[in-house]
Design a protein around this ligand. Structure first.
Ligand SMILES: Cc1cc2nc3c(=O)[nH]c(=O)nc-3n(C[C@H](O)[C@H](O)[C@H](O)COP(=O)(O)O)c2cc1C
Ligand SMILES: Nc1ncnc2c1ncn2[C@@H]1O[C@H](COP(=O)(O)OP(=O)(O)OP(=O)(O)O)[C@@H](O)[C@H]1O
Length: 321
């Protein structure tokens, strides 16, 4: 797959005729996979190349609908996932205020027709152009019938749309099961191991304190069964996301993410790591004594091992790397 970064206005380049899937695609969840795989099928049918057009940063952020978007996938991860779906071209269009001002006609002319797009695929709720005024139904009009299109029906779960927004809400509720169901793979976040307070080892549970890379959407505070990829190897563990209320009255130190890796010792400060989130165990609590906390962690480890053993039997194709 070739990735092409587009800054508006861009220097026109010749591309082969193609079918294109349109959307932001944060998380590359099951709904997105359906859209992209439909584009691939349409491309094969027409013997054309298959492209995906996405944007960066998130339009909601540029249009100030939200202060900051916490992403489900970094740009690199999104690229990797889209490539694994057999796409030929990924266009990452820099989303700026000027780009957002393009009306539907200008978007269709400048970003679809000029890219040699012949057929467009998007979901049932996709819109484009200034104020989202262009829809799939207006595409023949705006393209003077040069473009045909396929609309993908809503991919849903119990009547609820599988969407990036609903996955973020599930993370905010610590519902990892739902997150992973919607993604069709296990949720991952990237980070670096940093220095903690060095207390972990004194209570018998040394932890790797992890600072997330970029603007990652973390699960809410609580204890989780996880895998941690260290130096290329996946290891089982248990993770606490929180403020350690047993030791700190207020949220003094900010949010910490720490993983106790089972049967592991070694200095990993400064290492880049990946956390794979497998299941929620409980909420974070303030304990009256360190002994009570240790007793609870002993139990967390047992529960985490059970969850991880169970998931090993049902590993998704995405989880092989
Ligand atoms: C599995 C696990 C569960 C934890 N649960 C809690 C908790 O419920 N409440 C709390 O105050 N701290 C909890 N902690 C955080 C410990 O207080 C923390 O690991 C310890 O203070 C060491 O921190 P440090 O690595 O920054 O030195 C948990 C840690 C782990 C590994
Ligand atoms: N559940 C779904 N079923 C069918 N198409 C979908 C689904 N979710 C997204 N799409 C389509 O995938 C493309 C990318 O959508 P987009 O990036 O807006 O995802 P989203 O999950 O709807 O995001 P958000 O929650 O931010 O609205 C669009 O064409 C959109 O219509």
């Amino acid at each position: 797959m070739e990735t092409v970064i587009i800054k508006h206005p861009f220097n026109k380049r010749d591309f082969p005729e193609m079918v294109i899937a349109l959307g932001f695609f944060d998380g590359v969840h099951k709904g997105h996979q359906e859209v992209i795989l439909t584009a691939r099928k349409e491309a094969e049918k027409r013997q054309l190349k298959c492209g995906v057009m996405t944007f960066f940063p998130h339009p909601k952020e540029v249009l100030r609908k939200v202060e900051e978007v916490q992403y489900l996938t970094s740009l690199e991860k999104k690229e990797e996932l889209i490539a694994s779906l057999g796409v030929d071209y990924l266009f990452i269009v820099e989303f700026t205020k000027t780009f957002a001002e393009l009306n539907p006609q200008q978007f269709v002319d400048g970003y679809l027709i000029d890219f040699n797009v012949k057929h467009v695929v998007a979901g049932f709720d996709y819109s484009y152009g200034r104020l989202g005024k262009g829809t799939m139904e207006t595409l023949p009009f705006h393209s003077r019938n040069k473009l045909s299109y396929t609309v993908v029906d809503k991919v849903e779960d119990n009547g609820r749309k599988i969407s990036s927004t609903n996955i973020r809400l599930a993370l905010d509720e610590g519902d990892i099961q739902l997150v992973n169901d919607y993604l069709g793979r296990t949720y991952e976040t990237e980070g670096t191991v940093i220095q903690g307070e060095q207390r972990g080892r004194t209570i018998g549970y040394p932890t790797a304190n992890i600072k997330s890379t970029g603007r990652t959407h973390l699960p809410t505070t609580g204890v989780y069964a996880v895998e941690l990829k260290i130096k290329g190897q996946w290891r089982h563990g248990v993770c606490n996301v929180g403020y350690k209320p047993t030791f700190h009255d207020k949220k003094q130190l900010g949010l910490s993410v720490e993983v106790h890796v089972f049967d592991f010792s070694g200095n990993i400060y400064g290492e880049d790591v990946v956390i794979r989130w497998h299941g929620n165990i409980r909420s974070e609590k303030k304990f009256q004594s360190v002994e009570e906390l240790i007793e609870q962690i002993n139990n967390d480890v047992i529960v985490a091992r059970k969850i991880l053993k169970k998931q090993e039997k049902s590993t998704s194709v995405y989880n092989n790397t």
